[in-house]
Design a protein around this ligand. Structure first.
Ligand code: CDP
Ligand code: CDP
Length: 228
């Protein structure tokens, strides 16, 4: 009676995907994987090593040197991403990374590198992964696919609050521009653009609390688990 499924959560920036993914993983005792953190980590590596995303030879070489691993941090109560044995959870959330990540994530070689690793993480099921192409490309056979949305003003406000807590110099306008730019690039790139998978259920959480969104998604998950 060890029935496990794959839950894929996709959607626009800052609509609550990783919050929901973490909530579901905790309730179901599943692994939680933040695929966006991997693209952010690769972007951090490129910035630190002055690798321009248009220089594909350098990009290919650099990818050989990047080792990414999610490690469960008991104190934080969640899994955090390590790059080449360094906990990079803090630096990858910086606005400098948010400004560059969508360009880096549009590169074919970068996507192949990340997707191969993400798919290996799903080998034993029992995983909740959030991102932009999880239901369409990484796990097209996921038993439950959720496509999340929320009004742009709500999303900006949520992300602004998070960033303001660590950087009081940040402005609402800066956050809004970044979310809109990333949503545009992510939705219009050639490879695996952000799309709702045909068989995904839509969850608009503009007016939902975190408890309410969990209740809805948990019911969807339990219905799918019962079918396994
Ligand atoms: O800041 P937010 O939580 O909205 O984004 P994220 O999940 O950390 O992802 C950062 C960026 O990585 C996105 O804007 C995409 O450009 C890229 N990404 C992607 O291309 N595919 C994924 N599966 C996840 C993220
Ligand atoms: O992963 P994604 O970029 O889609 O968003 P997130 O990092 O999960 O959520 C962005 C912010 O919205 C977080 O600070 C959450 O606490 C908050 N949030 C909320 O206030 N209400 C919800 N129903 C969901 C998320």
């Amino acid at each position: 009676m060890n029935k496990k499924i794959i839950i894929a959560i996709d959607g626009y920036s800052s609509c609550g995907k990783s919050t929901l993914a973490k909530q579901l993983a905790k309730e179901l005792h599943y692994i939680y994987a933040d695929s966006g953190a991997m693209y952010r980590a690769i972007t951090l590596y490129f910035l630190r090593n002055e690798i321009h995303h248009t220089n594909l030879n350098k990009v290919r070489e650099a990818l050989k040197d990047i080792h990414l691993e999610f490690v469960f941090d008991v104190d934080a109560g969640k899994s955090v991403l390590y790059m080449n044995d360094e906990n990079i959870e803090l630096p990858i959330r910086d606005m400098i990374i948010s400004e560059k990540v969508s360009e880096v994530a549009a590169i074919k070689e970068v996507r192949e590198f990340a997707v191969a690793q993400q798919q290996r993480m799903g080998n034993n099921k029992g995983i909740v992964m959030d991102g932009r192409d999880i239901g369409t490309t990484v796990f097209p056979h996921a038993e439950l696919k959720i496509f999340m949305t929320a009004d742009i003003a709500v999303r900006v406000e949520r992300r602004f609050k998070e960033l303001f807590a660590v950087n009081p110099a940040i402005t609402i306008e800066e956050v809004k521009q970044n979310l809109e730019m990333r949503d545009y690039i992510d939705s219009n790139r050639e490879i695996s653009p952000l799309r709702k998978a045909e068989d995904a259920v839509v969850l608009n959480n503009s007016d939902l609390t975190m408890a309410q969104q969990l209740k809805i998604a948990l019911q969807w998950a339990r219905e799918k688990i019962d079918l396994v």
